[in-house]
Design a protein around this ligand. Structure first.
Ligand SMILES: CC(C)(COP(=O)(O)OP(=O)(O)OC[C@H]1O[C@@H](n2cnc3c(N)ncnc32)[C@H](O)[C@@H]1OP(=O)(O)O)[C@@H](O)C(=O)NCCC(=O)NCCS
Length: 203
């Protein structure tokens, strides 16, 4: 997640609403809640649990990071990183609920449970907006989990009364740009940063 504050949010293009949710398009929470979180069934029959991130997720997050390709790391963190330093993992898991929200997709079918995806927002109070980031482990992509996490972030941002959800996406990151386009976000080029777009959704 980028920790930079929102940049000139007033200059973003605006867009109305997310398209309606479709069970074919989104991996959907089953409505079943267990002590571990809400059960999610993917279209190809796999099962995960979605819940808020917890301090106890640090080691699972570090294991997840080790499974990422250099390309996924660069797309998520916007630069290369060979490892996820422990202080950063701690910081990402011990969130300040007033300023952040993060949802994890946990695979409870394996022991220890593994983190397959995470989406988070970081609120910028001054602009009443939030910056998002999202990540789905490669073997779990293309089954609606990225869309599900993004929808959670939109819902959470609306619950907090924020006016806009936005994030940075590398221009070469076609999957994320396509996903955001499908979800109704609009992309704007960042002046002076040719390889990066700022995408945003008015809430
Ligand atoms: C981008 C990312 C979150 C997408 O997650 P996902 O779980 O595959 O997303 P979904 O399955 O919900 O939706 C995928 C949609 O996005 C687009 N998409 C996803 N992967 C794609 C790919 N490899 N090529 C083209 N489009 C792709 C498609 O429109 C796709 O819909 P479809 O499967 O119906 O065609 C995931 O690839 C990822 O974590 N990438 C690395 C980190 C990253 O780029 N984060 C974004 C910056 S914060």
């Amino acid at each position: 997640m980028l920790m930079t504050p929102a940049r000139d949010p007033g200059s973003h293009s605006r867009h109305a609403q997310l398209p309606p949710r479709s069970p074919e398009r989104f991996a959907s929470p089953s409505g079943v809640t267990t002590p571990k979180g809400q059960v999610v069934h993917t279209a190809d029959g796999r099962e995960l649990v979605i819940r808020s991130i917890e301090p106890g997720d640090i080691t699972a997050m570090q294991r997840c990071f080790k499974r990422l390709s250099p390309q996924d790391v660069r797309r998520r963190f916007m630069h290369a990183m060979s490892e996820l330093p422990a202080p950063m993992a701690q910081r990402l898991c011990r969130i300040d609920p007033a300023m952040e929200a993060a949802f994890v997709l946990m695979d409870e079918t394996v022991k220890p449970a593994e983190l397959r995806g995470v989406g988070r927002i970081f609120v910028d109070e001054a602009s009443n907006t939030a910056e998002f980031s999202v990540l789905v482990e490669r073997e779990w992509t293309r089954i609606g989990l990225g869309a599900l996490l993004m929808q959670q972030l939109v819902d959470e941002s609306r619950r907090r009364g924020l006016s806009e959800l936005w994030g940075y996406v590398l221009m070469e990151n076609r999957p994320m740009l396509q996903l955001c386009k499908e979800l109704g976000f609009v992309a704007n080029m960042l002046p002076g940063e040719a390889g990066t777009a700022q995408i945003s959704l008015a809430l």
